[in-house]
Design a protein around this ligand. Structure first.
Ligand SMILES: [Zn+2]
Length: 113
């Protein structure tokens, strides 16, 4: 579980941005979460509520945008079907696959007043 440290850094970034915009309150935060980050959104929301309690982000709505995991075969240059547990290319049977999507974890937008 690394959600606590993730939320800590996202929250401090959000507070910094809000401060620079002279905002009095953060209403909502949109967070992009890739499947490969292993982050559990429920846990993030829980930590967020706890950590933001005494800040201007208290009560902010957290929206998540999901980015699915995506693998690519380096030899065939094709994208592998999603949701496979077997990291083998269906065309060449090779294992030279790389992750090309799903590692995203950042604040996409936020609403302040
Ligand atoms: Zn291949």
């Amino acid at each position: 579980m690394h959600e606590l440290s993730v939320v800590e850094s996202l929250l401090s970034l959000a507070l910094k941005n809000a401060e620079e915009a002279n905002a009095r309150r953060i209403l909502s935060i949109n967070i992009v979460v890739g499947d490969y980050t292993g982050v559990v959104e429920e846990a993030m929301s829980l930590y967020f509520g706890f950590l933001s309690k005494d800040t201007i982000a208290a009560g902010a709505r957290i929206n998540y945008t999901h980015v699915p995991a995506q693998l690519r075969c380096r030899d065939c240059d094709i994208l592998l079907p999603l949701g496979r547990r077997d990291y083998r290319c269906p065309r060449c049977e090779g294992r030279r696959v790389e992750i090309v999507g799903g590692r995203e974890l950042y604040i996409e937008a936020m609403e302040v007043e």
